[in-house]
Ligand binder design. Sequence first.
Ligand code: PMV
Length: 320
Amino acid sequence: MSEFSAVTEATAPGKIILFGEHAVVYGRPAIAAPISQLRAKATITPSSSNNCIIIAPDLNRHDFLQDLPDADALARAARLVLKAAQLGPPPDVTIHVKSQIPIASGMGSGAAITAAIIRALAQYLDRPDLQTNEMVSALTYEVEKIHHGTPSGIDNTVVAYEQPIYFVRQSPQNQIDPFKVAVPLRFVVADTGVRSSTKVAVGDVRRQYNQQPARFAHIFDECGRIAKIARQAIETGDTQQVGKLMTENHAWLQQMTVSSPELDNLVGAALQAGALGAKLSGAGRGGNMIALVEDDAGETAVCAALQRAGATAILATILA
Ligand code: PMV
């Protein structure tokens, strides 16, 4: 019987990137926000099996921790906490993972699952020092490296802090500014239904940057400039400006070749239905787009248009 006996659980939210994806990998500012209504949850239960078991029905997973390679994200998350806690052999527990966040669609499902496992395990081991936002973010970052080699750090940050974040990747320490939204922003998030790999999209942008450094540096600069003004617009409640900047950001993401016909189709449909702005969100090539709407009527019109345009899932969310 383990000395840690209570059942513990922890959750972490999904996220959207409002401004600056991809350019953020190259040190330009970006803005991300949590989607608190979509969550990943990890539950730790003491087990009598003399093993640490990881169960994730959504991912078709039921494994002994000891059998998993370190490149496995779920195993890596658990091992990082055990290592940080300086625990010898893993405790005899079942780690049960469930998520409402769609996989490979730019909504941070991997980071949220990791953060939930880290928080739940740290809580189970009674280690408050491993449950701070900074620590959860830092450990989640280590796991994110499995998904693609050069994560900017924005996903783990927003998922761990669960606040709108203005983020700049830099050495020796990233700039992380949680900030206030002056006037609630209403977003519609719509899924193309196309699954896309962040690693592939980030790798393609890297290749193009290497081939055309000046052109891509300019594109990244423009995305960073937009993110900077967008922060001011969000902090002063200039919703019209936020929308305009989103659509502008989408055009630069098209230049990076990370949009797709499906994303452009949904962005176009949302704008035509009266959205204040629209863009892809996350790594692109598939996954989700976001549209900013003014009010109830705007939300209804944009949701209907996105449905007609073929969105496979639609979610309305308010960032306050
Ligand atoms: O994993 P996604 O789809 O949310 O994309 C992450 C955002 C990128 O800027 C494309 C990559 C990164 O590490 O910031």
